[in-house]
Design a protein around this ligand. Structure first.
Ligand code: FAD
Length: 365
């Protein structure tokens, strides 16, 4: 007789949806995804729709985060190569470094990404460092490689539809204590395992209340222009928490111009002055963005703000028992929830299997 394990995934951002999809490939799991926000929503409490999103590894060599990024690349590459319906495409990423940004918050965040000999050079295709004669004025070193850009408006619903095809059930719900999530499985029976993918919500969620969580605010401008390349630089002269980057989303998703990395800033509304600086800096970095015609030639689709769910000490993929309930955590991805998604999911699925072996109950069907 078949046995099944009831699982509730709490959260429907890229972390929850990837975990639910990957777990659903194993037929022993019966999965309900519960979330306050679902794909289609745009809300300051929901980071995933606002992301670019691209693959630019930032974790230091031989760290757990680097392993998550390394384990994610093959999955994203496969989607870009073989699954056009996922809304992921290849794009060359040109990255500039200025030594003077080394100690700014963006310089520190991009330290590995912009180092001259990063670990990921052996993971991504076509990695190449620039010769000194190729460097623009003020740039100390630069590299280019083939990355991907994900159209989140297509990709998040695609993750839901993959899970639906495997029998997952997706429902709205607001949970105040992690233990309460176990009562929301669609079978009406208690779930044996809850996977906590609540992003910044982990700060307030009862039974978790992780005070290491904080936001790093990101403001963007989405435009119709296409620079035909992904580009970024280590910092700006406008402040240590401001950024310059651009990436063009697959399938008509527009070009995302950024940005900033403002720690502990919860402001949900776009700052018009910052928006002007973002557009100006992007056109300066890449005049091809407007064919040499300046920022007036940008065609703006929208201004937007999202909060990266950062965790002091890094991403938390771990299992713990809260009362009688096995909980597997997968949150705190900061600015890298997409580029770590399949690596974190692999680790989380392994922990669910361990929890089941340790006695999380199987219901007889
Ligand atoms: P979220 O997307 O925030 O989802 C959390 C989910 O939990 C939601 O469904 C929410 O409703 C639910 N939830 C929370 N609390 C509760 C509760 N109590 N009850 C019920 N439901 C609850 N990453 C990249 O990899 N590449 C990029 O290029 C990139 N660019 C970015 C640009 C910007 C401007 C921003 C803001 C972020 C960017 N990121 C990027 C980071 C990425 O967006 C995040 O790391 C990722 O979206 C986090 O996903 P998540 O699923 O963990 O959290």
């Amino acid at each position: 007789m078949a046995q099944t394990v009831n699982v509730v995934v709490l959260g429907a951002g890229v972390s929850g949806l990837t975990t639910a999809y990957e777990l659903s490939k194993n037929k022993q799991y019966s999965i309900t995804v519960i979330a306050k926000h679902m794909p289609g929503d745009y809300d300051i409490e929901y980071a995933s729709p606002w992301a670019g999103a691209n693959y630019l590894p930032v974790h230091g060599k031989d760290t757990e985060g680097a392993q998550f990024e390394k384990d994610t690349w093959p999955a994203l590459e496969r989607l870009a190569r073989h699954v056009p319906g996922a809304g992921v495409h290849f794009q060359d990423a040109v990255l500039y470094n200025r030594d003077k940004d080394a100690n700014s918050s963006t310089g520190l965040w991009f330290k590995e990404l912009l180092s001259k000999n990063p670990w990921y050079k052996d993971v991504v295709p076509n990695f190449r460092t620039y010769g000194s004669e190729e460097l623009p004025d003020g740039v100390d070193n630069a590299q280019v490689f083939t990355s991907v850009c994900i159209n989140t408006a297509i990709y998040l619903p695609w993750l839901v539809s993959q899970g639906l095809q495997n029998g997952n059930v997706y429902r709205r719900g607001i949970v105040h204590h992690i233990n309460d999530a176990a009562d929301l499985h669609h079978s009406g029976k208690k779930a044996s395992v809850v996977i906590n993918c609540t992003g910044l919500g982990a700060l307030k969620l009862g039974g978790v209340e992780d005070t290491k969580m904080y936001p790093a605010r990101g403001q963007i401008v989405v435009v119709r222009n296409d620079p035909k390349v992904m580009m970024s630089i280590s910092g700006t002269d406008d402040g240590g928490d401001e950024l310059v980057y651009m990436m063009h989303r697959a399938a008509g998703g527009g070009c995302v111009l950024g940005g900033c990395y403002q720690k502990h800033n919860w402001e949900s509304q776009a700052d018009p002055n910052l928006a002007t600086r973002i557009m100006k800096r992007c056109v300066e970095l890449c005049p091809d963005l407007t064919g040499g015609k300046g920022i007036e030639a940008l065609s703006v689709i929208r201004h937007a703000v999202g909060l990266r769910p950062v965790r002091d000490g890094g991403i938390r993929v771990a299992k713990e028992k809260v009362g009688d309930l096995w909980v597997v955590h997968n949150y705190g991805h900061g600015g890298g929830g997409y580029q770590c998604s399949y690596g974190c999911t692999k680790a989380a699925v392994q922990l669910v299997e361990e929890a089941v072996q340790k006695g999380a109950s199987r219901a007889r069907l």
